[in-house]
Each structure stands twice: as C-alpha cells, then as structure tokens.
Design a protein around this ligand. Structure first.
Ligand code: PLP
Length: 375
C-alpha cells in the first residue's frame, strides 16, 4: 500500500539534491574541521561556506549564525542564555508554544530563575498584542519575550515586526521560534527587530539533527556547551559537518522555489478544506486558517464519535500519515495543548494535516474519501 504523507510539519523527506551535496562529507571528505592539514581545512571551508550562504539568505551576518542540533537546542540556548547572561528575570511567552519553549520557560520559572507570564490568546489562535503590551509595561524586571513565528499545530503566523517593536520600546529581549518558517518564507533579519531566531533542517527537506540559532550581533551570550572552540567558542564539539552542508543546501533549494511552492501548497490546502466541508458534516478548522496562517498546515476538528476518536489510528491503517498534536506528543496520545487552549470542546477530535510540494490533489481526494468512510 502506497503511503500518503500529510505530516510535513513534523518532518519532511530529504531532497535527493541535498543528499548528493552531503555525500562527499559522509565519505571521502571526512577530515575534522579543526585539523590544520588539508583534510581539515576542506571541512572547515565547507562549514564556513554553509554559514555564509545561510546568513545571506536570512539577511544576517555570518557571525550571527550558529549551527546546532536543531530547533529544540536553539530555543533552549536562547531562552536560558537570556536569563543567565542578559539579565532577563521575567519571561513572557504563550500557552501555545512548542514544548521546546514551554518546557524550558516552565523549568526556569519552577527553579526560581525568572518569573513567567503567559500572554492571552484570542479565539482564532492569535496573540493578543494589547495584552502583551500591558505585560511589558507592568513588568518591573527586564523581560524576555518568547513567541513563535508560525504555530506548528494550527499554522497561525505572528506579526514579528510588531512584537519586535514592542520589545524594543520596553527594552525586552525577543526570541522567536521560527522552525516552521525558516525555509518556507523569506527573512530579512537586518531589518527585523529580533534577538534570536531558530531553524531546523528537517522541516524543509534537509537532514534531521541540524539547525541554526541566529543571535543578533548586539547581544553577547556565554557558551552553552563547554569544551573546544567550535562555533566561535559558543558550542563545543566536533561539528555535524555533513548535516551543516545539508542544511545550507536545503535552505538554498527552498529559497529558489519559495514562491512556486507557496502557491502550489496554498492551492492544496484550500482544496482539502473545501473537499472536507463538502463531504463531511460538522468539520471545523482550527486557527486563522485562511488568514495569517502558514500555507502548509490545515488543522481540522471532526465531530467526536466512536469512530472519529480512532481517527489517527484508522488513518494509519489506511497508510495516511497525519498527526494529532506535535510529533513529540502524538506517540503518547495526550491530545494537543494548543487545541485544548483555543478550542476546549470535548466533542471534537482534531487532526493536523500538513503538506509539501510532493503532495497532490489525487492524494487529497483519496484521503477525503477514506475520511468520509471512517467518520
Ligand atoms: C515550532 C517548532 N519548534 C521546535 C521544534 C523542534 O525542532 P527539533 O525537533 O529540530 O529540535 C519543532 C519541530 O519539531 C517545531 O515544529
């Protein structure tokens, strides 16, 4: 049975052109980038070229790009360093962030290292910016604002510029988890008021286990991992050479086809929404689906019945990959903290479908047909 993969917000397939770019560094070009002889210098050059390419695409300086193991490490680093090194004693975040953020800010708060406030979420899943401003105004401590650019479950997009300007006005540090948007939208970091952003290669057809942390040149943090002098003394340990090469290649390819992919995937998302509405009674979409929303994510609630409660399981039996919450929680079916927050209706079952350029209308037709029978 051919599988239909509609979980591209969890991870994406590796582009064969990315694998091709990585292969030499998995085989003959194996030198340690810190070695001074030619093998090492070749590897070092590959890393620094990757950094330059990523920086150029994001409108940043190469010295502002640090390679990490992915989105989780990047957000942990940004948040912990803001408290430890930048004097932030009050964190303002939202209850619908990815766990990489939520669990980190809760840890710091439980440990007594920073106070924690959650900004209000509107019914459509957007951040209440006037409440954010009130929280910033009222704070007697320096704040870290940690708000994600695109929500990985419902797709809602944050107005990063407005949040950044508010942070500037109140002398706050701004971290944004951009894991769902790097590789999907153009960035111009030189003209974006943000201190930290993050990225993960596997969300845009690159390899898993490699990501970036952008640290604005105006903030200075201390190393998170101690040891060698890799990543300009910020992250010790021999670099993930082939991963870094793959990350840069995937970002270059994504950049070349941003517009084309966005147009194609937007049509698919709309098509699926229409087909669901026409064929299944009582479907309902979560978030600002056709407004400020990531074009690759469609979060659907189905009326709860004995059958729909088993929907993910039944989709899986039918070879269809979709998820209930984020990938890390769908293994243990705890439901979604995001859906619970914006739509606490026990009579609905939410499923996230997320698309890539490899999906087709025929696949959507098949999925809708199966869903119709399932529900
Ligand atoms: C919004 C968001 N933040 C962070 C992460 C974590 O990224 P990674 O799995 O690369 O650590 C993910 C992906 O799982 C995500 O979707």
């Amino acid at each position: 049975m051919a599988r239909i993969y509609l979980d591209n917000a969890a991870t994406t397939s590796l582009d064969p052109r990315v694998l091709e770019a990585m292969m030499p560094y998995l085989t003959e070009k194996f030198g340690n980038p810190s070695s001074i002889y030619s093998y090492g210098r070749e590897s070092r050059l590959a890393i620094e070229n990757a950094r330059k390419s990523v920086a150029k695409i994001l409108g940043a300086h190469p010295a502002e790009i640090f390679f990490t193991s992915g989105g989780t490490e990047s957000s942990n680093t940004a948040i912990c360093a803001s408290v430890r090194d930048l004097g932030c004693r009050h964190i303002i975040s939202s209850p619908i962030e990815h766990h990489a953020t939520t669990h980190t800010v809760e840890y710091l708060s439980h440990n007594g290292e920073a106070a924690l406030s959650y900004v209000k979420i509107k019914p459509d899943g957007h951040i209440d910016l006037s409440h954010l401003e009130i929280l910033l105004k009222k704070s007697t401590e320096k704040c870290l604002v940690s708000l994600m650019h695109a929500n990985n479950e419902i797709g809602n997009l944050l107005d990063m510029h407005s949040v950044g300007e508010l942070c500037k006005k109140h002398n706050a540090i701004f971290h944004s988890d951009t894991v769902q948007t790097v590789g999907h939208y153009p960035f111009d970091l030189r003209n974006t008021p943000v201190h930290f952003i993050t990225g993960a290669g596997h969300k845009f057809h690159g390899p898993k286990g490699v990501g970036i942390l952008y640290i604005n040149e105006n903030v200075q943090i201390k190393p998170m991992i101690h040891g060698g002098s890799q990543e300009r003394n910020m992250r010790a340990g021999t670099e993930n050479l082939y991963g870094i090469v793959g990350f840069a290649k995937a970002l270059e390819l994504a950049t070349d086809s941003y517009d084309e992919d966005r147009m194609y995937i937007t049509v698919l998302k709309k098509y699926m929404a229409e087909q669901l509405e026409q064929n299944i009674e009582g479907v309902h979409f979560n978030g600002d689906v056709f407004g400020d929303s990531l074009y690759a994510v469609l979060n659907v609630s189905f009326p709860k019945t004995e059958k729909s409660e088993m929907i993910l399981f039944n989709l899986d039996i039918n070879g269809i990959c979709a998820s209930g919450g984020s990938a890390c929680t769908s293994g243990v079916d705890m439901g979604s903290h995001v859906i619970r927050h914006i739509n606490n209706n026990p009579n609905l079952v939410a499923v996230r479908f997320s698309f890539s350029r490899h999906n087709t209308k025929e696949e959507i037709d098949l999925v809708v047909e199966k869903l119709k029978r399932m529900i």
